[in-house]
Design a protein around this ligand. Structure first.
Ligand code: PHE
Length: 340
Protein backbone atom coordinates (compact mmCIF):
# COMPACT_ATOMS: atom_id res chain seq x y z
CA UNK A 1 0.00 0.00 0.00
CA UNK A 2 1.41 3.34 -1.05
CA UNK A 3 1.61 6.13 1.47
CA UNK A 4 -1.01 8.89 1.17
CA UNK A 5 -0.92 12.49 2.17
CA UNK A 6 -3.43 14.08 4.55
CA UNK A 7 -4.92 16.11 1.69
CA UNK A 8 -5.43 13.03 -0.44
CA UNK A 9 -7.01 11.22 2.52
CA UNK A 10 -9.42 14.08 3.22
CA UNK A 11 -10.31 14.23 -0.48
CA UNK A 12 -11.08 10.51 -0.46
CA UNK A 13 -13.32 11.04 2.58
CA UNK A 14 -15.22 13.82 0.81
CA UNK A 15 -15.57 11.65 -2.28
CA UNK A 16 -17.08 8.86 -0.22
CA UNK A 17 -19.47 11.31 1.45
CA UNK A 18 -20.54 12.54 -1.98
CA UNK A 19 -21.02 9.12 -3.55
CA UNK A 20 -22.85 7.53 -0.64
CA UNK A 21 -26.30 9.20 -0.85
CA UNK A 22 -26.97 8.06 -4.41
CA UNK A 23 -25.97 4.49 -3.52
CA UNK A 24 -28.12 4.47 -0.40
CA UNK A 25 -31.14 5.93 -2.15
CA UNK A 26 -31.13 3.17 -4.76
CA UNK A 27 -31.54 0.43 -2.12
CA UNK A 28 -35.12 -0.77 -1.72
CA UNK A 29 -35.08 -4.20 -0.09
CA UNK A 30 -33.52 -5.43 3.17
CA UNK A 31 -30.94 -7.43 1.12
CA UNK A 32 -29.97 -4.36 -0.90
CA UNK A 33 -29.57 -2.33 2.26
CA UNK A 34 -27.29 -5.01 3.72
CA UNK A 35 -25.14 -4.93 0.56
CA UNK A 36 -24.83 -1.16 0.47
CA UNK A 37 -24.06 -1.09 4.18
CA UNK A 38 -21.18 -3.53 3.66
CA UNK A 39 -19.84 -1.73 0.61
CA UNK A 40 -19.84 1.68 2.28
CA UNK A 41 -19.17 1.20 5.98
CA UNK A 42 -18.30 -2.51 6.41
CA UNK A 43 -15.67 -3.18 9.04
CA UNK A 44 -13.55 -5.62 7.02
CA UNK A 45 -14.11 -4.56 3.43
CA UNK A 46 -15.56 -1.68 1.51
CA UNK A 47 -14.60 1.91 1.09
CA UNK A 48 -14.60 2.89 4.74
CA UNK A 49 -12.46 -0.13 5.64
CA UNK A 50 -9.97 0.92 2.92
CA UNK A 51 -9.77 4.45 4.36
CA UNK A 52 -9.26 3.00 7.86
CA UNK A 53 -6.29 1.02 6.54
CA UNK A 54 -4.83 4.18 4.95
CA UNK A 55 -5.30 6.08 8.20
CA UNK A 56 -2.66 3.89 9.83
CA UNK A 57 -0.11 4.90 7.17
CA UNK A 58 -0.53 8.68 7.68
CA UNK A 59 2.14 10.58 9.57
CA UNK A 60 1.23 10.57 13.30
CA UNK A 61 0.55 14.36 13.40
CA UNK A 62 -2.00 14.06 10.55
CA UNK A 63 -3.99 11.17 12.07
CA UNK A 64 -6.03 13.26 14.44
CA UNK A 65 -7.62 15.39 11.70
CA UNK A 66 -7.90 12.42 9.39
CA UNK A 67 -9.61 10.41 12.16
CA UNK A 68 -12.15 13.15 12.80
CA UNK A 69 -12.95 13.37 9.07
CA UNK A 70 -13.45 9.64 8.66
CA UNK A 71 -15.64 9.36 11.77
CA UNK A 72 -17.84 12.16 10.50
CA UNK A 73 -18.27 10.47 7.12
CA UNK A 74 -19.04 7.16 8.80
CA UNK A 75 -21.64 8.70 11.11
CA UNK A 76 -23.33 10.56 8.23
CA UNK A 77 -23.53 7.45 6.07
CA UNK A 78 -24.92 5.27 8.88
CA UNK A 79 -27.48 7.85 9.78
CA UNK A 80 -28.64 8.12 6.18
CA UNK A 81 -28.74 4.34 5.83
CA UNK A 82 -30.80 3.94 9.01
CA UNK A 83 -33.25 6.70 8.09
CA UNK A 84 -33.72 5.49 4.54
CA UNK A 85 -34.13 1.83 5.55
CA UNK A 86 -36.72 2.76 8.19
CA UNK A 87 -38.63 4.88 5.67
CA UNK A 88 -38.70 2.06 3.10
CA UNK A 89 -39.90 -0.44 5.73
CA UNK A 90 -42.66 1.93 6.87
CA UNK A 91 -43.81 2.42 3.28
CA UNK A 92 -43.97 -1.37 2.81
CA UNK A 93 -46.11 -1.73 5.93
CA UNK A 94 -48.27 1.07 4.60
CA UNK A 95 -49.62 -1.28 1.91
CA UNK A 96 -51.39 -3.29 4.67
CA UNK A 97 -51.72 -0.48 7.11
CA UNK A 98 -54.22 -0.52 9.91
CA UNK A 99 -56.80 2.19 9.47
CA UNK A 100 -57.65 3.19 13.04
CA UNK A 101 -60.63 5.23 11.88
CA UNK A 102 -62.38 2.15 10.43
CA UNK A 103 -65.35 1.01 12.56
CA UNK A 104 -64.65 -2.27 14.38
CA UNK A 105 -66.29 -5.41 13.03
CA UNK A 106 -69.16 -6.21 15.36
CA UNK A 107 -68.64 -9.34 17.43
CA UNK A 108 -71.46 -11.94 17.41
CA UNK A 109 -71.48 -13.01 21.01
CA UNK A 110 -74.14 -15.67 20.83
CA UNK A 111 -77.21 -15.64 23.02
CA UNK A 112 -79.99 -17.85 24.27
CA UNK A 113 -82.33 -19.29 21.64
CA UNK A 114 -85.81 -17.72 21.50
CA UNK A 115 -87.37 -21.04 22.57
CA UNK A 116 -84.98 -21.27 25.54
CA UNK A 117 -85.84 -17.69 26.46
CA UNK A 118 -89.55 -18.58 26.43
CA UNK A 119 -88.98 -21.64 28.63
CA UNK A 120 -86.91 -19.62 31.11
CA UNK A 121 -89.51 -16.90 31.26
CA UNK A 122 -92.40 -19.33 31.75
CA UNK A 123 -90.42 -21.17 34.42
CA UNK A 124 -89.91 -17.85 36.22
CA UNK A 125 -93.64 -17.12 36.16
CA UNK A 126 -94.58 -20.57 37.44
CA UNK A 127 -91.83 -20.47 40.05
CA UNK A 128 -93.57 -17.44 41.53
CA UNK A 129 -96.79 -19.46 41.49
CA UNK A 130 -95.15 -22.21 43.58
CA UNK A 131 -93.95 -24.64 40.89
CA UNK A 132 -90.56 -26.38 40.83
CA UNK A 133 -88.82 -28.07 37.90
CA UNK A 134 -89.06 -31.84 37.29
CA UNK A 135 -87.30 -33.84 34.58
CA UNK A 136 -87.82 -37.25 33.01
CA UNK A 137 -86.07 -39.44 30.42
CA UNK A 138 -86.51 -38.91 26.69
CA UNK A 139 -86.28 -42.67 26.08
CA UNK A 140 -89.45 -43.83 27.80
CA UNK A 141 -91.39 -47.02 28.28
CA UNK A 142 -94.83 -47.65 26.89
CA UNK A 143 -96.10 -47.72 30.44
CA UNK A 144 -95.15 -44.12 31.24
CA UNK A 145 -95.78 -42.68 27.80
CA UNK A 146 -99.16 -44.36 27.23
CA UNK A 147 -100.50 -46.99 29.63
CA UNK A 148 -100.24 -45.09 32.91
CA UNK A 149 -101.71 -42.08 31.11
CA UNK A 150 -104.94 -43.94 30.47
CA UNK A 151 -104.38 -44.60 26.76
CA UNK A 152 -106.50 -47.62 25.83
CA UNK A 153 -104.31 -50.64 24.99
CA UNK A 154 -105.12 -50.40 21.27
CA UNK A 155 -104.91 -46.63 20.95
CA UNK A 156 -103.67 -45.62 17.47
CA UNK A 157 -101.05 -43.23 18.94
CA UNK A 158 -99.07 -46.31 20.02
CA UNK A 159 -98.79 -47.63 16.49
CA UNK A 160 -95.33 -48.06 15.00
CA UNK A 161 -96.06 -45.43 12.39
CA UNK A 162 -96.95 -42.77 14.95
CA UNK A 163 -94.20 -43.31 17.49
CA UNK A 164 -90.45 -43.81 17.23
CA UNK A 165 -89.55 -47.07 18.97
CA UNK A 166 -86.09 -47.89 20.30
CA UNK A 167 -84.76 -51.29 21.36
CA UNK A 168 -85.82 -53.05 24.59
CA UNK A 169 -89.42 -51.86 24.69
CA UNK A 170 -88.41 -48.21 24.89
CA UNK A 171 -89.63 -45.43 22.68
CA UNK A 172 -88.87 -41.76 22.24
CA UNK A 173 -91.45 -40.03 24.39
CA UNK A 174 -94.12 -38.30 22.37
CA UNK A 175 -94.92 -35.81 25.11
CA UNK A 176 -93.72 -34.72 28.57
CA UNK A 177 -96.83 -36.11 30.29
CA UNK A 178 -94.93 -39.25 31.45
CA UNK A 179 -93.17 -36.91 33.90
CA UNK A 180 -96.55 -36.49 35.63
CA UNK A 181 -96.57 -40.18 36.53
CA UNK A 182 -92.88 -40.35 37.44
CA UNK A 183 -93.23 -37.29 39.71
CA UNK A 184 -96.31 -38.63 41.47
CA UNK A 185 -94.58 -41.98 42.07
CA UNK A 186 -91.71 -40.14 43.72
CA UNK A 187 -93.35 -37.33 45.68
CA UNK A 188 -96.48 -37.27 47.82
CA UNK A 189 -98.96 -34.43 47.19
CA UNK A 190 -99.09 -31.49 47.32
CA UNK A 191 -97.19 -31.44 44.03
CA UNK A 192 -96.62 -28.46 41.75
CA UNK A 193 -94.07 -29.09 39.02
CA UNK A 194 -93.09 -27.77 35.62
CA UNK A 195 -91.38 -30.32 33.33
CA UNK A 196 -89.56 -28.99 30.25
CA UNK A 197 -87.96 -31.33 27.74
CA UNK A 198 -87.61 -32.69 24.24
CA UNK A 199 -90.31 -34.87 22.71
CA UNK A 200 -90.40 -36.76 19.41
CA UNK A 201 -93.03 -37.52 16.84
CA UNK A 202 -93.17 -39.02 13.40
CA UNK A 203 -94.16 -35.67 11.96
CA UNK A 204 -92.92 -34.03 8.81
CA UNK A 205 -90.96 -30.83 9.15
CA UNK A 206 -93.38 -28.19 7.88
CA UNK A 207 -94.45 -24.67 8.79
CA UNK A 208 -96.24 -25.82 11.94
CA UNK A 209 -94.58 -29.17 12.84
CA UNK A 210 -91.14 -30.43 13.81
CA UNK A 211 -90.27 -34.11 14.44
CA UNK A 212 -88.39 -33.16 17.61
CA UNK A 213 -89.49 -30.25 19.74
CA UNK A 214 -89.69 -28.92 23.26
CA UNK A 215 -92.66 -29.28 25.53
CA UNK A 216 -93.42 -27.79 28.89
CA UNK A 217 -95.61 -29.87 31.17
CA UNK A 218 -97.32 -28.49 34.25
CA UNK A 219 -98.89 -30.51 37.06
CA UNK A 220 -100.66 -29.45 40.25
CA UNK A 221 -102.03 -32.10 42.62
CA UNK A 222 -103.50 -31.42 46.06
CA UNK A 223 -106.65 -31.86 48.07
CA UNK A 224 -109.62 -29.85 46.81
CA UNK A 225 -108.15 -28.65 43.50
CA UNK A 226 -110.81 -27.86 40.89
CA UNK A 227 -111.11 -26.64 37.31
CA UNK A 228 -111.34 -23.11 38.74
CA UNK A 229 -107.71 -23.41 39.88
CA UNK A 230 -106.68 -24.56 36.40
CA UNK A 231 -108.41 -21.68 34.65
CA UNK A 232 -107.26 -19.09 37.17
CA UNK A 233 -103.62 -20.22 37.11
CA UNK A 234 -103.35 -20.50 33.33
CA UNK A 235 -105.13 -17.17 32.82
CA UNK A 236 -102.74 -15.57 35.29
CA UNK A 237 -99.82 -17.13 33.42
CA UNK A 238 -101.13 -15.73 30.11
CA UNK A 239 -101.66 -12.30 31.65
CA UNK A 240 -98.08 -12.22 32.94
CA UNK A 241 -96.54 -13.69 29.82
CA UNK A 242 -98.40 -11.81 27.10
CA UNK A 243 -99.46 -8.74 29.06
CA UNK A 244 -102.96 -8.06 30.32
CA UNK A 245 -104.32 -6.84 27.00
CA UNK A 246 -103.83 -10.04 24.96
CA UNK A 247 -107.04 -12.09 24.86
CA UNK A 248 -107.10 -15.81 25.73
CA UNK A 249 -109.94 -18.32 25.63
CA UNK A 250 -110.59 -21.90 26.76
CA UNK A 251 -112.38 -24.54 24.73
CA UNK A 252 -113.10 -28.24 25.12
CA UNK A 253 -110.50 -30.76 23.94
CA UNK A 254 -109.71 -34.44 24.40
CA UNK A 255 -106.70 -36.21 25.91
CA UNK A 256 -107.11 -39.64 27.56
CA UNK A 257 -105.23 -38.54 30.70
CA UNK A 258 -107.49 -35.60 31.57
CA UNK A 259 -111.21 -35.28 32.23
CA UNK A 260 -112.50 -32.79 31.40
CA UNK A 261 -109.94 -31.78 28.79
CA UNK A 262 -109.48 -28.29 27.41
CA UNK A 263 -107.25 -26.13 25.29
CA UNK A 264 -106.22 -22.55 25.77
CA UNK A 265 -106.01 -20.27 22.75
CA UNK A 266 -104.38 -16.85 22.49
CA UNK A 267 -105.24 -14.15 20.00
CA UNK A 268 -102.25 -13.28 17.83
CA UNK A 269 -101.37 -11.16 14.85
CA UNK A 270 -98.80 -12.96 12.71
CA UNK A 271 -98.11 -9.76 10.81
CA UNK A 272 -99.17 -11.27 7.47
CA UNK A 273 -101.88 -8.67 6.91
CA UNK A 274 -104.65 -11.15 7.71
CA UNK A 275 -105.42 -9.57 11.08
CA UNK A 276 -105.67 -11.46 14.36
CA UNK A 277 -106.54 -15.11 14.81
CA UNK A 278 -106.83 -17.61 17.66
CA UNK A 279 -103.86 -19.94 18.11
CA UNK A 280 -103.94 -22.93 20.44
CA UNK A 281 -100.96 -22.71 22.79
CA UNK A 282 -101.65 -25.51 25.27
CA UNK A 283 -103.71 -28.55 26.13
CA UNK A 284 -104.90 -28.98 29.69
CA UNK A 285 -107.48 -30.58 31.95
CA UNK A 286 -108.22 -32.22 35.25
CA UNK A 287 -105.93 -35.20 35.81
CA UNK A 288 -107.90 -38.39 35.16
CA UNK A 289 -108.43 -40.53 38.28
CA UNK A 290 -106.93 -43.50 36.39
CA UNK A 291 -103.64 -41.61 36.08
CA UNK A 292 -103.57 -40.91 39.82
CA UNK A 293 -104.35 -44.56 40.50
CA UNK A 294 -101.61 -45.76 38.12
CA UNK A 295 -99.13 -43.54 39.97
CA UNK A 296 -100.26 -44.85 43.37
CA UNK A 297 -102.06 -41.67 44.45
CA UNK A 298 -105.41 -41.89 46.25
CA UNK A 299 -107.78 -40.48 43.64
CA UNK A 300 -110.60 -40.20 46.20
CA UNK A 301 -108.56 -37.80 48.27
CA UNK A 302 -106.54 -35.88 45.69
CA UNK A 303 -107.41 -34.05 42.53
CA UNK A 304 -105.40 -31.82 40.23
CA UNK A 305 -104.84 -30.41 36.81
CA UNK A 306 -102.17 -30.57 34.16
CA UNK A 307 -101.19 -28.77 31.01
CA UNK A 308 -98.76 -29.27 28.18
CA UNK A 309 -97.53 -26.55 25.88
CA UNK A 310 -95.07 -26.14 23.05
CA UNK A 311 -92.65 -23.29 23.77
CA UNK A 312 -91.79 -23.05 20.04
CA UNK A 313 -95.44 -22.33 19.25
CA UNK A 314 -95.49 -19.88 22.13
CA UNK A 315 -92.42 -18.08 20.80
CA UNK A 316 -94.18 -17.92 17.41
CA UNK A 317 -97.39 -16.59 18.93
CA UNK A 318 -95.49 -13.99 20.87
CA UNK A 319 -93.25 -12.72 18.10
CA UNK A 320 -95.59 -13.25 15.15
CA UNK A 321 -93.31 -15.90 13.57
CA UNK A 322 -95.26 -17.64 10.77
CA UNK A 323 -92.99 -20.70 10.21
CA UNK A 324 -91.66 -23.00 12.96
CA UNK A 325 -88.66 -24.01 10.83
CA UNK A 326 -86.82 -20.73 11.31
CA UNK A 327 -86.49 -21.69 14.97
CA UNK A 328 -84.49 -24.77 14.00
CA UNK A 329 -81.97 -23.41 11.54
CA UNK A 330 -78.92 -21.47 12.54
CA UNK A 331 -79.46 -18.31 10.51
CA UNK A 332 -77.85 -15.73 12.73
CA UNK A 333 -79.83 -12.92 11.09
CA UNK A 334 -82.97 -14.48 12.51
CA UNK A 335 -81.53 -15.56 15.85
CA UNK A 336 -79.75 -12.31 16.72
CA UNK A 337 -83.06 -10.45 16.79
CA UNK A 338 -83.64 -12.18 20.11
CA UNK A 339 -80.21 -11.53 21.59
CA UNK A 340 -80.27 -9.63 24.82
N1 PHE B 1 -99.46 -34.26 26.40
C1 PHE B 1 -100.38 -33.51 25.60
C2 PHE B 1 -99.80 -33.37 24.20
O1 PHE B 1 -98.68 -33.67 23.99
C3 PHE B 1 -100.63 -32.12 26.17
C4 PHE B 1 -101.34 -32.15 27.48
C5 PHE B 1 -100.64 -32.20 28.66
C6 PHE B 1 -102.72 -32.09 27.53
C7 PHE B 1 -101.28 -32.21 29.88
C8 PHE B 1 -103.39 -32.10 28.73
C9 PHE B 1 -102.66 -32.14 29.88
O2 PHE B 1 -100.45 -32.95 23.28
Amino acid sequence: MTDVTLDAFLAACRQLAEDAPARIDRAATPAEFADVRTQLVGRKQGRLADLMAQLATLPPDARREAGRAINEVKADIEQRLDAREAAVAAAARGAHAIDPSMPARRRWQGSLHPVTLVIDEIADIFRELGFTIALGPEAETEFYNFTALNFPADHPAMELHDTLYLANDTLLRTHTSPVQVRTLQQYAPPVRVLAPGNVYRRDFFDATHAPAFMQLEGLAIDEGISFVDLKATLSEFARRFYGGTRRVRFGPSYFPFVEPGAQMDVEVDLGDGKGTRWVEILGCGMVHPNVLDAAGIDSERYTGWAFGMGPARIAMSRHGIPDIRVLYDSDVRFLEQFAR
